[in-house]
Write a protein that binds this ligand. Structure first.
Ligand SMILES: Cc1cc2nc3c(=O)[nH]c(=O)nc-3n(C[C@H](O)[C@H](O)[C@H](O)COP(=O)(O)OP(=O)(O)OC[C@H]3O[C@@H](n4cnc5c(N)ncnc54)[C@H](O)[C@@H]3O)c2cc1C
Ligand code: SF4
Length: 330
């Protein structure tokens, strides 16, 4: 178990492949004993604390074709190595505004200039016990220190031994926008719907995502649909930069004044981006006026189960649902 005073990684060998084939060959050579490096904002912290003791670091940044935002007539593709700042400054269509909003709300400009889209989606739990010297379930232990500890940031949905939440601001947005995740591994290329990228503790208590060891997330694809609108908002303790206490991503298509394909996805309330289906059902097919918004708010966040210190998230999330639905129609 790491000592909290540790602040340096175990010795490792650094590799900088220039194409995916080379990266996958290195991954298959070093099997369980390597880590892919993108911006390093998450990985280096885990290595310095020696929770990650990989002997090989495979840097993905020199690989061509994994970076940039490409707009086609009916889709937008974002490379996994695209910096969050590049997304913030990109000219994605209005329908995908939530993606740009979310990137611009991540941490500070320094971190947005380092952190990447893929790394943001695949980052590990930010539970303070997990990041500290505690051998909890998520590290293979037999206890959740947060459950009987300070659990202000923790889950109100989907807790199952572990009550961590997704720390990624992009995660609820890629689910709300029905993003397609492109992955390259030793067996070739494949795609998965964004909601299948994220794992609840019941599915796998030691990994927050479903990528197999050695898989490389290459890009995220969104379709651009007529009448599409999207929005993202988050609430933090500090305004300057902070992880979300709760967030809401919404996507819908307006046709003849009515909302269709409505997605209302909550962030930082569960280990996975949490679709608020009861609220979605209220808005689906309706005119999004003040009465619909209030009905959706009443239906939202149903079934939440608070721990000792995180009951505030229920009211906070409902407030964000109201704000997001109101602002998306403005
Ligand atoms: C102080 C601080 C504050 C932060 N605040 C926020 C916040 O408010 N909101 C928020 O959303 N995030 C926040 N973050 C997270 C940050 O935005 C980074 O996006 C995130 O830490 C990881 O991105 P990265 O590119 O640095 O990934 P890395 O640290 O390089 O990698 C993260 C993980 O993903 C794996 N990985 C990375 N890219 C790929 C790929 N293409 N294929 C396969 N595996 C890959 C790595 O092996 C590693 O396990 C914060 C981070 C810090 C340090
Ligand atoms: S919430 Fe999860 S990550 Fe945090 S202490 Fe409990 S088991 Fe560990």
């Amino acid at each position: 178990m790491p000592n909290i005073a540790i602040n340096e990684p175990v010795p490792f060998e650094y590799h900088a492949p220039t194409n995916i084939k080379e990266a996958l060959a290195l991954a298959s050579q070093y099997k369980e004993n390597f880590a892919y490096l993108a911006g390093g904002c998450d990985l280096l912290d885990m290595m310095k604390r020696q929770w990650n003791t990989s002997a090989h670091v495979i840097d993905l940044k020199s690989i061509d074709g994994l970076r940039g935002v490409t707009t086609n007539s009916n889709s937008v593709t974002v490379g996994a190595l695209t910096k969050l700042m590049e997304v913030q400054q990109s000219k994605v269509s209005d329908g995908l505004r939530a993606f740009r909003n979310a990137a611009s709300r991540v941490a500070s400009p320094q971190i947005r200039n380092m952190g990447t889209v893929g790394g943001n989606l695949l980052q590990d739990s930010r539970c303070p016990y997990f990041r500290g010297p505690f051998l909890c379930y998520r590290h293979g232990g037999i206890v959740c220190d947060a459950h009987h500890g300070i659990n202000r940031e923790h889950a109100i949905f989907g807790g199952d031994r572990c009550f961590t939440v997704t720390p990624s601001d992009l995660a609820p947005v890629v689910v709300a926008l029905d993003g397609i995740i492109h992955v390259h591994d030793i067996d070739g290329e494949r795609t998965i719907p964004a909601h299948q990228l994220f794992l609840s503790p019941g599915q796998n208590i030691m990994s927050m995502h479903s990528l197999k060891n050695g898989s490389i997330l290459t890009h995220v694809e969104f379709s651009v649909r007529p009448g599409q609108r999207s929005h993202f908002i988050k609430e933090t303790v500090r305004n300057a930069w902070d992880f979300a206490r709760a967030s809401v991503a919404i996507s819908l298509e307006l046709r003849e004044g009515r909302a269709h394909n409505v997605r209302i996805v909550l962030g930082a309330v569960a280990a996975i981006p949490w679709r608020d289906e009861p609220a979605e059902r209220v808005v689906e097919g309706s005119k999004v006026d003040a009465a619909t918004v209030e009905k959706a708010v009443s239906a939202s966040v149903k079934g939440a189960e608070a721990l000792q210190y995180n009951g505030y998230k229920i009211g906070l999330t409902r407030k964000l649902v109201r704000q997001a639905l109101t602002e998306i129609m403005a």
